[in-house]
Design a protein around this ligand. Structure first.
Ligand code: NAP
Length: 312
């Protein structure tokens, strides 16, 4: 079988991958972006993005993803949709990419696979996933019209999604383990004024309860971190926003350096330390995980990959 060889493979079609692909293609490299689902990354399940420059009124997450995709295609990058890269194997001075379709050989690779929402790992979570436990308010919020929900977490995602859920739910408990939120102050202030939101601070979820008759979520057991006492919130849905986990399993053990949570370490050029292998966006150890920083890191990695090709 003949294996196609390209200049630059970008793995992941979120803001980092699309921008890396834009720069690589615009720099004249034959570029393929591999995306296993839909382009746009995590923002496509975000209702509104208010902190990406050039949109004074904010922009819908899905719309921003579509605009980025269109721009990258217009610059000549190819997008291999529904194509999952399952392994990156150094071979013939470049990398052999094993996929769920035909394998491909790339002279340089940019890993921009992003991250997925983390799970709490408490009893009831797996059992009631899709039956009251969710990680996406944009996808599932409308099922909770006139119902009571809890949002878990104290970061930007939790508070923004809690605000979104107030459109549907009669009450939104905002359960956070500490007494201060880590989200941007503007959204903290907005939620503090919202009559449907009840913060439940200093509490951690310990179990999600289901109704044996309906098979759906009916309660959430919380433990007070100060005194260990437990209580149960009666509700219909639990939305978890407790951080993210990097998607880095396609990299074999030891191929690149990662931190203890699996985020890929890169230098300021997006280089991983393996010649020709770069990384950008939420899969990396970056301190600020935003659309704008992912796009910036993607640009840097695309530029660095072009420079690397010059050295071959
Ligand atoms: P995050 O900022 O890491 O926040 C995760 C939250 O979950 C924290 O409040 C954390 O509590 C809590 N948490 C973690 N593990 C927990 C557990 N086992 N039990 C209970 N609570 C737990 O994650 P994120 O909100 O998903 O955001 C990820 C990144 O994307 C961040 O860099 C964020 O700024 C960015 N983001 C930005 C926007 C925006 O700018 N519009 C929107 C969404 C996400 P502690 O606070 O006590 O650690």
């Amino acid at each position: 079988m003949t294996v196609r060889t390209i200049d630059i493979a970008v793995i992941g079609g979120g803001p980092a991958g699309l921008t890396a692909g834009l720069y690589a293609a615009r720099g004249g490299a034959e570029t393929v972006i591999f995306e296993r689902q839909a382009c746009g990354g995590q923002i496509i399940t975000t209702e509104q993005v208010e902190n990406y420059p050039a949109f004074p009124e904010g922009v819908g997450g899905a719309e921003l993803g579509e605009l980025m995709t269109a721009q990258t295609l217009a610059q000549g990058a190819e997008i291999a949709l529904f194509t999952e890269v399952t392994a990156i194997v150094p071979a013939d001075g470049g990398f052999l990419l094993e996929t769920n379709d035909a394998p491909m050989h790339a002279r340089a690779v940019i890993v921009a696979t992003g991250a997925v929402p983390s799970k709490l790992g408490i009893p009831g979570e797996a059992e009631f996933t899709g039956r009251g436990v969710s990680w996406c308010a944009t996808c599932d919020g409308a099922f909770y019209r006139d119902k009571v929900v809890a949002v878990i977490g104290g970061g930007d995602a939790a508070l923004e999604e809690a605000m979104f859920l107030t459109k549907f739910a009669t009450k939104v408990y905002l359960v956070h383990r500490r007494h201060e939120f880590r989200a941007a102050q503007v959204i903290v202030d907005r939620l503090a004024r919202h009559e449907k939101v009840e913060p439940v601070l200093g509490n951690v979820p310990v179990e999600i309860l289901g109704d044996p008759e309906t098979g759906k979520v009916c309660g959430l057991v919380l433990r007070d971190v100060a005194d260990g006492s437990e209580r149960t919130l009666v509700l219909d849905g639990v939305f978890e926003f407790v951080g993210t986990t990097p998607i880095s399993e396609l990299l074999s053990d030891g191929l690149v350096s990662t931190d203890e949570r699996g985020y890929i370490r890169t230098d300021a050029r997006g280089a991983t330390g393996v010649p020709g292998l770069f990384a950008a966006g939420d899969v990396t150890e970056s301190t600020l995980k935003q659309v704008v920083t992912a796009a910036g890191a993607g640009a840097t990695a695309g530029f660095s990959a072009l420079n690397y090709l010059e050295t071959l």
